[in-house]
Design a protein around this ligand. Structure first.
Ligand SMILES: [Zn+2]
Ligand SMILES: [Zn+2]
Length: 369
């Protein structure tokens, strides 16, 4: 029981917040009810994943959970909380006896239809595209209803015939000896595979598959702020169904998290510049050119220390769904020059004398080098 939230998300107990988020996205995608049309098992897993994430993504709840191995913050398990440990019910027992091919009761009938499957693809974006969003034409393969047979699977001019075993019902009744006695079960007809129809002459184009695979181009509106690993669902752009629903298209994006020293973390951006000690001592207004963002003017105050961070509020990446932007943070490092001109060296020596600092003797140095 204890600590199974980590098992549900398949992560270690040492996983970072980022790793937890990534694991959650992956699992939620996998079990999302939209993709499994009423599959109760997947729905249950989806609930578990959400429950695990709602605890592990909340610092306070996670700390409690890590200590006690339970999401219960006091007051006992309420509605939904921890309620996913349902016992195996009678239908599970039937499943294990009949291999899942039989449906209890026989009230549902398999139709001649084919449900359109979802399609998952991955698309690469570059750093700047993800920041600004864009319209992008993507190319992928999808199954569409065969134009030759219009989805019957039968050769042009012929029709599929009624199945002689189930007489078009798509299912047959079978009696089976079980430990509970003789059970009568309704199962899918193995002759027509539940379609109720037999195709004598197959369509020459789709070879009886009823659908054909075509390369498709689709323009997708990608919102600003999309991040690596995020998925966009495009309804109805998966595989065609026949007398049934069409699948959806799921696009997962691959996006680099940095470009030429500019690094992105969620909606914040990070960059590092180097300044001369003189700039740090006396202060300066400095214009720097950043990748993607362009020029920014930095206010280096006299006496700035090495490693200080300047914040540019709202200069980060737009949040994908909220009307707000992250920030830009520029770390200022002081770079000590390693080569000085003659005049510069003299001036540094002058400062040293003024501050009564005994610097390394130039004559002594020249003997070494
Ligand atoms: Zn065809
Ligand atoms: Zn049949």
């Amino acid at each position: 029981m204890a600590y199974e939230f980590y098992e549900i998300l398949e992560i270690s107990r040492e996983a970072s917040a980022d790793e937890i988020k990534k694991a959650y996205r992956k699992k939620a995608m996998e079990y999302h009810p939209d993709r499994h049309g009423g599959d109760k098992e997947k729905e249950k897993l989806f609930k578990e994943v959400n429950e695990a994430y709602s605890t592990l993504s909340d610092a306070q709840k996670k700390a409690h959970y890590d200590r006690f191995g339970s999401a219960d913050m006091g007051g006992g398990f309420g509605g939904g909380q921890g309620g996913f440990h349902t016992n195996m019910d009678f239908s599970d027992i039937f499943e294990s006896f009949f291999g899942g091919g039989f449906q209890g009761g026989g009230t549902r009938r398999r139709t001649n239809g084919v449900e359109g499957e979802d399609i998952e693809i991955r698309v690469k974006l570059d750093f700047a595209e993800a920041m600004t969003g864009l319209k992008k034409t993507i190319s992928y393969s999808r199954k569409v209803v065969c134009t030759e047979c219009t989805g019957t699977g039968a050769k042009k001019g012929t029709e599929p015939k009624e199945c002689s075993q189930c007489h078009g019902a798509g299912q047959v009744r079978r009696r089976t000896q079980t430990i509970f006695g003789i059970m009568e079960q309704t199962g899918i007809c193995d002759m027509c595979h539940g379609t109720g129809k037999i195709i004598a002459d197959k369509c020459t184009k789709c070879h009886g598959e009823r659908r054909e695979t075509l390369r498709t181009e689709k323009e997708i509106d990608i919102p600003a702020g999309i991040d690596d690993g995020m998925t966009i669902k495009v309804r109805g752009e998966g595989n065609d169904g026949i007398e049934s629903k069409t699948g959806d298209l799921y696009i997962t994006f691959n996006i680099p998290d940095s470009i030429d020293g500019l690094t992105r973390e969620d909606t914040n951006l990070y960059y590092t510049i180097e300044i001369d000690p003189v700039e740090a001592v006396l202060g300066v207004k400095k214009t720097v050119k950043l990748p993607v963002l362009g020029e920014r003017t930095l206010e280096i105050k006299a006496g700035m220390q090495h490693g200080e961070i300047l914040k540019f509020k709202g200069d980060g990446v737009k949040h994908i769904s909220k009307d707000q932007k992250g920030d830009l943070y520029i770390t200022v490092n002081i770079k000590v020059p390693t080569h000085l001109g003659k005049k510069e060296r003299e001036l540094y020596h002058e400062i040293a004398r003024e501050k009564k600092i005994e610097v390394a003797d130039e004559g002594f140095l020249s003997k070494i080098f």
